[in-house]
Unconditional design. Structure first.
Length: 525
């Protein structure tokens, strides 16, 4: 039996069959081993033989004798042949109020409550079982601790018990040892693991890869903010440093110019940012420093943000950016900077629905620290997942609002508008009010141009948004598309494109677009 069970755990079903046969020749009435033999037959792809053996065992008068061990084997065979619901109904029929039968019925009930959207009911049943002094497995205890974010219990069970690898990875993620969890998940993806174990581990490894990608990327980008265009080369390098630290360097070099101007570039810029992430006991801390050299003026800035995992389904982030790059408009992107205090939140309402929101208070400045004004903003988005993967299909709706109090004056120290030679004013760089209500949809297979490719062979993305924009009071739309192709192993060559009929704070009400090409390679397995 030890050799048979060990081979079966290692997915060596044919070797396990030989050992089971030897054991059953000496112990033909070992019904539990007969049931395990049927599992080995199924694992070796002898499906008909496994089905016939289970039918024969279910009809055995010896197995239906009223003992708890026989009941367990009987119900296990019912689940394998007829499903969980049939076994549950049989357990209900056997319930006689005795502790052993109540325990058996409770375990069957937990099996049914393992379905999606049943977590809350499962918690009630576990509390009921504790009152009845029934036995609760360590696996169920850990699942409950993960659901309720009981970190002390998660830590205790993780240290005291040996658990399935997928559950161990989930526990380490909750305790914010995400990098160690990802390393364990990746190391367990070999063929020696069963499919039921390997699939959850693969999903967990992919989630870690999306959150903390590792690799290098070079590319070229062009961003048309609506009359103002920034174009140039870009590069990124990211690496997990240890169990707690993650670092990323982003850099780009390009020029900002006004469309249809024959006077050349408005300004040239070199930009570099170093970003660090530190995993904490119940959240994380983001730190970054950036520096920019420009024809107008050089500047340096810092950012800090704290992220909290409030519950398993909700998170909160609070941050402050000082003298950071501004995307309020194309001219602000190259000629200005901002100081911003912001708060953002996310809540998973159901398995398919989520809500995200953010509020911010911003102070705008030129690159030489002259005040342009201040602003307040709010954004809200609702999302519904139609398909989770292969491909991912998301429907979304939202509202974006911003109001600014501007210092309306000419700005010395900035180059004049190349279109008419008139000096820039605060109103040239920023608008006073912006409101946008929209609906949209996103259909994608991975994310083209992401630092790490998360789908084999190729990735693609199609995203469309339509809405009404104020104060212009007009309908606008935006389209985004991209495709990535696997080259040279894990590397990816990606092309992306976007178009906006009326970008935020555009110059002279012109449309805008983005265009990019990138080549990325992955660090590690």
């Amino acid at each position: 039996m030890p050799f048979a069970a060990s081979n079966q755990l290692l997915n060596r079903s044919k070797e396990a069959l030989v050992w089971y046969q030897r054991h059953l020749e000496l112990n033909p009435s070992d019904w539990l081993s007969q049931a395990a033999f049927a599992d080995a037959l199924e694992g070796a792809q002898y499906y008909d033989a496994a089905l016939r053996l289970r039918h024969r065992l279910l009809e055995s008068p010896v197995l239906t004798a009223a003992t708890e061990e026989n009941y367990r084997t009987w119900l296990y065979l019912l689940v394998a042949n007829y499903g969980q619901k049939t076994a549950h109904n049989q357990a209900l029929a056997w319930q006689d109020g005795s502790p052993s039968m109540l325990q058996l019925w409770f375990e069957q009930q937990l099996g049914l409550l393992g379905l999606p959207e049943q977590e809350q009911q499962k918690s009630h049943w576990l509390r009921w079982a504790q009152q009845k002094k029934l036995i609760i497995s360590d696996f169920e205890k850990m699942e409950e601790a993960l659901r309720t974010m009981n970190l002390a219990e998660v830590q205790r069970l993780l240290v005291a018990q040996r658990m399935p690898r997928a559950q161990q990875v989930a526990a380490l993620n909750v305790l914010n040892f995400g990098h160690r969890a990802a390393a364990i998940a990746v190391s367990e993806l070999g063929d020696e693991q069963s499919v039921n174990s390997r699939d959850p581990l693969r999903r967990q490894a992919l989630e870690a890869l999306k959150t903390f990608p590792q690799g290098a990327q070079i590319g070229w980008q062009q961003r048309d903010f609506g009359g103002v265009v920034y174009s140039g080369a870009k590069a990124s390098v990211a690496k997990v440093l240890d169990d707690r630290w993650y670092a990323r360097i982003n850099a780009d070099q390009g020029q900002l110019e006004v469309k249809d101007s024959k006077k050349g570039a408005l300004t040239n810029e070199k930009y570099v940012e170093l970003a660090l992430n530190r995993q904490l006991s119940r959240g994380s801390l983001d730190l970054s420093i950036n520096h920019s050299d420009s024809d107008v003026s050089s500047r340096s800035g810092i950012s800090i943000a704290s992220n909290w995992q409030v519950s398993q389904k909700s998170s909160l982030s609070l941050g402050y950016d000082w003298r950071d790059r501004s995307e309020a408009s194309g001219l602000m992107y190259g000629l200005g900077q901002e100081n911003r205090l912001w708060l953002r939140g996310y809540r998973q309402v159901t398995g398919r629905d989520s809500i995200s929101w953010g509020v911010e208070k911003t102070q705008y400045e030129t690159r030489d620290n002259k005040k342009l004004g201040s602003g307040k903003g709010f954004e809200l988005q609702l999302a519904h997942s139609v398909f989770f993967e292969h491909p991912t299909w998301i429907l979304k709706a939202g509202f974006d609002y911003q109001t600014n109090a501007l210092n309306d004056k000419n700005l010395s120290g900035l180059p004049s508008n190349p279109g008419d030679g008139v000096p820039f004013t605060t109103g040239s760089l920023l608008s006073e009010t912006y409101k946008y209500a929209y609906i949209g949809t996103s259909l994608q297979r991975g994310v083209p141009g992401f630092l790490n490719r998360t789908e084999p062979q190729y990735t693609w993305l199609i995203d469309g948004v339509i809405g009404r924009q104020w104060p212009d009071n007009k309908m606008t739309y935006a389209l985004t598309a991209g495709v990535g192709v696997q080259v040279m192993g894990d590397d990816e060559l990606a092309f992306t494109f976007g178009y906006q009929s009326s970008p935020k704070n555009q110059l002279k009400s012109q449309s805008g677009a983005t265009l990019g090409v990138s080549y990325s390679l992955r660090f590690g397995r």
